[in-house]
Ligand binder design. Structure first.
Ligand code: TXA
Ligand code: MG
Length: 323
């Protein structure tokens, strides 16, 4: 059985498991991660196995310092500026793998780049103590909602892992923003906890968005993802019989009183609060037994971009290919 241990006393047991090539579910400021030694092929294989994740989907290497990042990746000046401004924090930077990098090729899916992030709080402390980068995808089975609480991890993966570190609800609530610098420009491969506007304010130039569906730059960005069991209906102006409602802001969709369950992402229309609540509310509405979750419109500015991205994936047609 899985043990759920408060972060205050989890450092030693977590390090011991990682040293043994085993996995630890750890809190980060974005979502809970399923962590293993990024330099140990067997540990990385265990991550894929526990998630049921397609092997070609590479993992983020989490580091405790810029010095640790430099052991595995090469920084251009703009990437370094992003790291210095936003780390520790919810941004992942895709960088060329450094020659001699000890990150196992299974973790990078054989690419010549590596996605690097310095998380905040317990995760960073754990990596610092362990002394090597941790590969960590979100701690959910492939295709399901990312967990923002220890209980959600235990529910989804409890039969496959030994330790969940409980650091309370994840404060950001959506995954990190993934960026890549190309020809001196910042491109967003996945919207997330740092908004495009924040990056633009730092660099004084517009960022580029992921375009088209031809090439999947962040290979995990398949269309159906973050899927609850219920189907999801976006931009709902009304609630149909039998639906649950995911609301946003002070005004309700028509027929909201008939919804079988209602959660409001943010009563006062605050996008940060909405991001923090997104995955746990989808999960709660799912558990209410709705066939469909109707979702009120959420504005696209700031963190709304990441929220709408996750909602669109939750609503996308499902197939066996989802991860
Ligand atoms: O907030 C987060 O980023 C969380 C926490 C646990 O840190 N992690 C997370 O990992 O969301 P995961 O594995 O669920 O998503 C990582 C994404 C995937 O879409 C993957 O394809 C992409 O990062 N990725 C990894 N390495 C890449 C690379 N070298 N180039 C482009 N995309 C990459
Ligand atoms: Mg994920």
């Amino acid at each position: 059985m899985v043990e759920v241990v408060p972060a205050s006393v989890a450092l030693e047991p977590a390090v011991a498991l990682l040293e043994a090539g085993d996995l630890v579910a750890m809190p980060t400021e974005t979502v809970y991660g399923l962590a293993g030694d990024a330099t140990n092929g067997a540990a990385v294989a265990r991550i894929f196995e526990a998630k049921g994740r397609p092997r070609f989907n590479p993992l983020i290497a989490h580091v405790a310092s810029i010095a640790m990042a430099e052991e595995i990746a090469s920084f251009d000046p703009l990437s370094r500026k992003l790291a210095e401004a936003f780390w520790p924090g919810p941004i992942t930077i895709v960088l060329p793998l450094r020659a001699g990098s000890k990150v196992h090729p299974l973790a990078t899916a054989g690419l010549d780049t590596v996605a690097v992030r310095m998380p905040d709080g317990f995760a960073r402390e754990l990596i610092g103590r362990f002394g090597r980068p941790l590969a960590a995808p979100s701690a959910n089975r492939s295709g399901r909602i990312s967990p923002t609480t220890a209980a959600a991890v235990a529910d989804d993966l409890g039969d496959r892992i030994r330790l969940v570190v409980d650091g309370g609800p994840a404060p950001v609530g959506v995954e990190s923003t993934i960026v890549k610098v190309e020809d001196g420009q910042v491109r967003i491969l996945r919207p997330g906890g740092i908004s495009a506007e924040e990056i633009e304010a730092l660099i004084g130039a517009p960022v580029l968005r992921q375009t088209g569906k031809g090439t999947i730059e962040a290979p995990g960005m398949m269309t159906s993802h973050y899927a609850p069991h219920a189907s999801v209906r976006l931009n709902a102006a009304n609630v149909r019989p039998g639906e649950a409602l995911l609301a946003f802001g002070p005004n309700r969709a028509a027929g909201a009183g008939k919804a079988i369950a209602v959660r409001n992402l943010s009563e006062r229309g605050d996008l940060r609060e909405a991001a923090a609540n997104l995955f746990s509310y989808l999960d709660e509405l799912d558990r209410a037994g709705a066939g469909t979750i109707a979702v009120e419109p959420v504005p696209i500015a700031g963190l709304g971009e990441a929220i709408n991205d996750r909602l669109m994936r939750a609503a996308a047609p499902r197939d066996l290919d989802r991860t």
